[in-house]
Design a protein around this ligand. Structure first.
Ligand code: CP
Length: 341
């Protein structure tokens, strides 16, 4: 396993192939733990992991808390609705409060992009040793979701040895509201890094042409892309054409809470054009898995029947795999020697 060099985990644009490999290798060990009779590891005993979620979550927060407990960490959970945010306290002062209580890792979710990055900078400036793990920020990034999706795909293609190699040359189709999706952005960094080609499919209002160049340059503030050669990104507007030759399909939730204008007036029409169903997956030339990060708008981006068909739909497996992936991230962050931020 390579030496882990990330102090904070904010997004996946600065992950090397070795980083992806380390996460998948560890996650695979943690996934196999129950078979050895072990439910918990003592690795993070005495460490405090705090989930600082300013935006709602079912999967990510619970999964991080379970992952932390599986590594014997103490877990502290912040409830925004009953917190002093309502008295005007800022996210930074809230974070500093938990730092003062001894948090070693803050898992942060916020509806505004870059809040986790800004908190990381501010905590460093304040001399705090606490590390920040992004649990989803606006439409920017959701790194643990991108990694659990990557692992779920690698495991689907080769459950005996689920490595990044399983993605080389694969054609992964992402359908839906790409524009508002931090999951899509994290998946674009992860999948192309591992050598997959990504086909994006959706209406122009939810999928601007510029997305074909999404991974061409590192984001502002990052000088280098650690990946030498990435897979390609294509846009195909017709779902039928996009699914031709697919190896896997990812559907995305329509993020109505992030749409600041009425980009979609007709949900029925959207389902007819972009909804993934047992009928539409026949356009793939073989049986392929269908994924969704959740929560799902049943009957909009995916039919209820397909969601419940576990011979095709990997949604439950994604949730299950979130635990070992988040254990791997907490483990790597807590045990790393820091070379870079
Ligand atoms: N996929 C995801 O982030 O789900 P939650 O919003 O429930 O955490």
């Amino acid at each position: 396993m390579s030496r882990w060099s990330h102090r904070h985990i904010i997004d996946l644009s600065n992950f090397s192939l070795e980083d992806y490999r380390s996460v998948l290798e560890l996650a695979n060990k943690f996934k196999a733990l129950p078979q050895t009779g072990a439910r918990k590891l003592p690795t993070l005993q005495g460490r405090l992991v705090t989930t600082l979620f300013f935006e709602p979550s079912t999967r990510t927060r619970s999964s991080f808390e379970l992952a932390a407990r599986n590594l014997s960490a103490d877990v502290q959970s912040f409830a925004p609705t009953s917190s002093s945010l309502n008295k005007g306290e800022t996210p930074l002062d809230t974070a500093l409060t938990y730092v003062a209580m001894g948090a070693d890792i803050l898992v942060v979710r916020h509806s505004s992009p870059n809040v986790p990055a800004l908190l990381a900078k501010s905590l460093e400036k304040a001399g705090a040793q606490t590390k920040i793990l992004n649990g989803g920020d606006g439409l920017h990034s959701h790194p643990s979701q991108g990694l659990l999706d990557l692992y779920t795909l690698a495991y689907h293609f080769n459950s005996k040895e689920p490595t990044t190699n399983e993605l080389i040359g694969k054609r992964i189709v992402i359908v839906g509201d790409i524009l508002h999706s931090r999951v899509a952005r994290s998946n674009l960094w992860a999948l192309t890094a591992c050598g997959a080609d990504v086909v994006l499919c959706g209406p122009p209002s939810l999928l601007p042409e510029a997305f074909t160049k999404f991974v061409d340059n590192p984001p502002p503030g990052q000088t280098l892309d650690p990946i030498g050669q990435r897979g390609k990104i294509f846009i195909i507007r017709s779902l039928k054409e996009a699914l031709h030759g697919a190896d896997a399909i990812m559907t995305l939730r329509l993020q109505k809470e992030r749409m600041n204008q009425n980009l979609l007036s007709d949900l029925y029409r959207y389902h007819v054009d972009y909804g993934v169903t047992h009928e539409s997956i026949k356009w793939c030339e073989k049986k392929v898995p269908v994924m969704h990060p959740g929560p799902v708008n049943r009957g909009v981006e995916m039919s209820g029947a397909l969601l419940e068909d576990q011979s095709i739909c990997l949604v439950q497996e994604q949730v299950t795999n979130g635990i070992p992936i988040r254990m791997a991230l907490l483990y790597l962050m807590a045990s790393s020697e820091i070379n870079e931020h």
